[in-house]
Write a protein that binds this ligand. Sequence first.
Ligand SMILES: [Zn+2]
Length: 490
Amino acid sequence: MKLLLVLALALNLIPAPVRYSPEKDKTCFRKEIASLEPWQQKEAYRITVKGKKVKVEAVTKEGKFRAKATLEQLKAMGELPQGTIFDYPRFRHRGIMIDESRSFKGKEFLKKQMDAMALLKLNVLHIHLDDSAGWRIESSAYPDLTAKTAWRVGRTYHEWEAGKYKFTSADDPEGYGGCYSPADLRELVAYAAEHYINIIPEIEMPGHSMEVGYAYPDVLCVLENGKRCTGAWDLCPGSEATFKLLEAVLKEVMDIFPSPYIHIGGDEATMKTWPLCVNCRRRMEEEGFTDVKQLQGYLVRRIEAFVRSRGRQIIGWDEILETGVPEEAVVQSWRGVSGGEKANAMGHEVVMSPNSHLYLNYYQDLIRKEPRAVGELTSLRHVYSYEPVAEGMDESLVLGMQGNLWCELVPTVEHAEYMLYPRAFAIAERAWSPASVRDPLEFRDRARKLVGVLRTKGYNTFDMDNESELAQSGYRTFDAFEKAKLQGSK
Ligand SMILES: [Zn+2]
């Protein structure tokens, strides 16, 4: 048994399969998957290699597609091994989030990343389509969202910030930006479907929405003297204009994206203008609210009901838990794992993307050798060490996990790939492979080989050959690393 385990790990494959045996498997495939969940059966496959003969078994086209990825990777990394590979996923949500607002990367980039995702058996692409730095999806009901905010002054997010948040028009040769037409997005949806990837669109609200107020000032709070709160970060939950805009946009989004989940953001609302606003105060009085925070709950619940009435489920960042949200809402844990644990205990389905482990905009190696980033050291090994089901959590409610690539400091497509790979490998393996597969050194060997494969395919990856000792150790500080070395040498 031990020997089989070692052999399974030795396959040049990420994510590692559930089982590899050098022998031919005599059990009937359907019998072997009978005890799995339906969503696991859909992706399960078995590959038998004997001599030059390769046999693939699966119950769906999706299962065949996953087997194809396995064969493609094994061939690219070496030889097809003789024997049987039996495989199915641990989680149904294996995702990557790309921030298209802070820097716009466009559809060719997203298609290229979906190619890599398919090779890694990742199946969710979450696109952050709007934020204060620009609205990226054309709306026929609200055309000024892109006409007025999809181009900005300042190539990078911080240049734009330093220049006091100025937008410009598409025909300004100095302008930076871009947006997706509905036709572009339908093309991406079709491409995703061919790769068995679901695209989850995110329309952020009520915070991170400065650009919306710039394009349509009637979504902004109003002071007693009648003045609008120009430049505010948050939408006004007291104004009906806000709901009219959000619902019209979400309707268009749901027409384009077949995703069962629609992400509505919900994080980091400052709520600064709400206590000063006549419309917010009126709303609070009507609803009997005593705290402005309750206005966030009001907005999220109203939008959740709207989305649910159209047969979809919302996902929101973990702040949506704080002010009451129906159990149907999926909670995405980002401020560490506690939001996910709390939501899980309350009966919500959760997606784990804690900034403690899965933020791909954080440094992946020493500050002195890396391009400017944020956060604590989040090395490949650190990402790989993450276990999404903490003690006491109900695993059946954990949809899966996701890496988030925020792009304030990631201005180019090359840079985005550099931040994604190889850390996306670790996410793929933790989300697909059994929890028992977790030898970080053995994983690193496979990751180095796969980095080589991606490089020959034209991806700009992080250079694993020059990874520092600290990053390789998985510790986040020299202090912790030195302490561990001392203890180890005792
Ligand atoms: Zn207001």
